[in-house]
Design a protein around this ligand. Structure first.
Ligand code: SF4
Ligand code: SF4
Length: 210
């Protein structure tokens, strides 16, 4: 949801969310260009409202038997309370999808919070690793990894600052694409176990030196 709507909003405004301060570069990691076009709003808003409606209906099926909810909707005869619930849910979720999105994921989602706590507690867990010793190679890049992250993180940061990483791998893919002609390969990759601990220790040491 976040990634899909981010893409549409980026096309409409040049930014993945209304809260982003600066527009993103109008290039993809593979070098192709895209353009901002306000007409994308005509798709972005209906899509957000459509997603919100679907979510509101699904939420209602947690409270009432799904056959009753879907049956009434298909017949066009939802009860008054069902109508109020779906209408209110659609309004609230539309606002969430248009304005909050990744901010909700980062700061308000209980599921994400507990997953992140479990992940942070396991120092061997898989994490995006950065080949810091090769950091000079980033000079020729337009910081593709930062621009593609749907959670608006800095993928080269230490794990503590990546608390809300969803491990979507878009930063890793972007780095592999920008570095496809680099014989030493990408600077971002998945690491785990001892490599995850080393990566974290190396990053910390590097930060202290800097
Ligand atoms: S895997 Fe990379 S792009 Fe995806 S959320 Fe984590 S840091 Fe961001
Ligand atoms: S880590 Fe990869 S994608 Fe990120 S700035 Fe460096 S070269 Fe570019």
């Amino acid at each position: 949801m976040v990634e899909t709507l981010n893409q549409f909003m980026r096309r409409a405004t040049g930014k993945p969310s209304v809260w982003e301060k600066k527009p993103l570069p109008t290039r993809e990691p593979d070098g192709t260009r895209w353009q901002v076009d306000r007409r994308w709003w005509l798709l972005t808003v209906p899509l957000a409202v459509g997603f919100a409606f679907v979510w509101a209906v699904v939420l209602l099926t947690y409270l009432l038997p799904p056959f009753e909810v879907y049956g009434n909707l298909l017949a066009g005869t939802p009860t008054r309370n069902q109508f109020i619930f779906i209408a209110a849910g659609t309004v609230v979720l539309s606002a969430e999808f248009l304005f909050a999105r990744h901010l909700f994921c980062r700061f308000a989602c209980a599921v994400g919070l507990f997953q992140s706590l479990a992940w942070m507690g396991n120092r061997d867990a898989m994490v995006v690793g950065f080949a810091r010793q090769r950091g000079a190679d980033c000079n020729d890049c337009y910081s593709a990894c930062d621009h593609v992250c749907p959670m608006r993180l800095k993928p080269r940061n230490i794990k503590r600052q990546m608390f809300t990483c969803t491990q979507c791998a878009q930063c890793v893919s972007a780095c592999e694409t920008t570095q496809k002609d680099n014989p030493r390969g990408a600077l971002l990759s998945w690491v785990s176990d001892a490599a995850a601990r080393q990566n974290e220790a190396g990053l910390r040491a590097g930060k202290q030196r800097n």
